[in-house]
Write a protein that binds this ligand. Structure first.
Ligand code: ZN
Length: 201
């Protein structure tokens, strides 16, 4: 074990940064140093932005996304097509699809996938709310934009069965999505093509 190289405030900053996905202990030290060097332009404003976000984060009661208001910015956007709901596993997937700019529709965030091995069943996902939203006559299509993993596909089939009594189209992303692929890691072009060339379940 190496000793601390700085006071507890800086060590704490490094330890917290090291828990951010994509940053390990080394990158966290580098990031901390960069923030400290840019104290006025970066460290201070970042601290304030984090504080403000932490105080105001809410989960949208309609779609399950996160925002600082409920209903969220996506659900309140009247320019979106109300007839299409894109079902995603996580908020990261919602953001990835929005980055691709493929479609201005509504979303529904499941909060994960069915995973019997991990003890995640239907009750653990945001499914009841999806069923009531899908029953709205204004909704004509549900796009299952789940990951191309075994759990993702199991979840897609489960939802298709759940919605089978409703007269709407249920589609899934085209096979541009590599097997085992997670949406968040795909480039915008691939995602956009996968959604445009979606197929029926
Ligand atoms: Zn929402």
């Amino acid at each position: 074990m190496s000793g601390a190289v700085a006071g507890p405030e800086i060590e704490r900053l490094i330890q917290l940064l090291a828990r951010v996905p994509g940053l390990g202990p080394r990158s966290a030290r580098r990031a901390a140093l960069h923030l400290i060097r840019k104290k006025d332009e970066l460290l201070g404003p970042l601290g304030q932005a984090m504080q403000a976000a932490a105080e105001r984060i809410v989960i949208c009661a309609a779609c399950g996304s996160i925002d600082t208001r409920d209903p969220c910015a996506v659900c309140s956007d009247l320019r979106r097509d109300p007839s299409v709901i894109i079902v995603v596993e996580t908020v990261a997937d919602l953001w990835a699809l929005e980055r691709s700019g493929a479609m201005r529709a509504h979303y529904h965030v499941l909060g994960g996938t069915l995973s019997p091995l991990d003890g995640i069943g239907p009750k653990d996902l945001n499914l009841d709310r999806l069923i009531s939203r899908a029953a709205d006559p204004a909704v004509k299509e549900i796009i299952l934009a789940v990951n191309a993993t075994v759990d993702g596909q199991t979840t897609a089939h489960y939802i298709t069965d759940l919605l089978s009594h409703l007269s709407l189209k249920v589609t899934r992303l085209a096979h541009g999505v590599p097997v085992g692929g997670e949406l968040d890691y795909l480039d915008e072009g691939t995602l956009s093509a996968a959604i445009r060339q979606r197929t029926g379940m």
